[in-house]
Design a protein around this ligand. Structure first.
Ligand SMILES: [Zn+2]
Length: 292
């Protein structure tokens, strides 16, 4: 369907506000899902995590309330975490970007859920150093459903996809096999890396939630995205560690000892978002560069 400029603009504005609202909801998930004393649906009203005062509607408007309150709680005056406006803005920009590339349809629905899960995982891991299974496993299943409902050669790898179709495989099955292979490869390559590290160094080098997270990413982006995502995330983590050491926020590791633990989930999530938008371009550039 060809949209006129004005319709496209109206829809984009609508999608942006929809994204802000989803970001507001995701902030609730990020705060409540990993905590035992609250659930995502109870209490129904949002509250200040510091003084527990309930928030009225005017203190609950995405982005705007944070600006109007100058980043402080109306009741206790304590600063509101920068995470709230950041998550809202991120979710709005992701909605807009996925809408621009996918349009409205199953592609938008599935990829936006995937992106929301990645944002939630990143911020929960950053704050509490855990990656909730309750978030990762349902999203992984959604990845399998997505591969069947909107089959894509990108999950299987284009050459393998052509080969499977030529052998009479139906498109959904060819696509699903790429997603399942992605989940298995994602899980086992990090699981194996963690196992080798623990045996050689006698201490844990990776969080328990990291292998399932890479499995979730593999289920959505396909088997051949697993190594590039791992490579990009390691590169990002390395840059972040050097930046933190340089800024004096991270003590240097002593010889023979590990440094302070750093959550890997945010870097895997960021790398998966980079691959979601630029994976195809990076892959084509890489193959051209290698002369393949
Ligand atoms: Zn307060």
């Amino acid at each position: 369907m060809q949209l006129t400029g004005a319709t496209q603009l109206t829809l984009s504005v609508f999608v942006f506000f929809f994204g802000l609202a989803m970001g507001s909801f995701l902030n609730v998930v990020i705060h409540r899902l990993p905590r035992d004393d609250v659930s995502v649906s109870k209490p129904r009203r949002s509250f200040c995590p510091n003084c527990l005062a309930r928030l009225g509607w005017r203190d609950n408007i995405p982005l705007l309330s944070f600006v109007l309150l100058r980043g402080r709680c109306r009741e206790c005056g304590n600063p509101i975490s920068w995470r709230y406006p950041l998550v809202e803005l991120l979710c709005a920009l992701l909605a807009l970007s996925i809408f621009t590339t996918e349009g409205f349809g199953f592609g938008f629905l599935f990829y936006y859920c995937f992106a929301l899960a990645l944002v939630a995982v990143a911020f929960i891991d950053l704050e509490l150093m855990v990656i909730p299974d309750l978030l990762v496993f349902p999203t992984m299943l959604l990845g399998f459903v997505s591969s069947v409902v909107s089959p894509t050669p990108l999950l299987t790898g284009e050459h393998l996809w052509d080969l499977l179709l030529a052998h009479g495989w139906p498109r959904p099955l060819a696509s699903l096999s790429g997603a399942v292979a992605g989940a298995l490869l994602g899980f086992f390559c990090l699981f194996f890396a963690a196992w080798v590290y623990e045996r050689r160094r006698g201490r844990k080098g990776l969080g328990e939630g990291d292998p399932p997270l890479l499995a979730m990413i593999g289920a959505f982006l396909g088997w051949h995205s697993v190594f590039p995502v791992l490579f990009i995330s390691s590169l990002l983590a390395l840059v972040a560690v050097f930046a933190l050491i340089f800024a004096g926020k991270l003590p240097r590791a002593k010889k023979g000892e590990g440094g302070p633990p750093i959550p890997f989930g945010p870097f895997l999530s960021l790398a998966a978002i980079v691959w979601l938008f630029y994976g195809q371009s990076i892959e084509h550039w890489y193959f051209r560069f290698m002369g393949i």
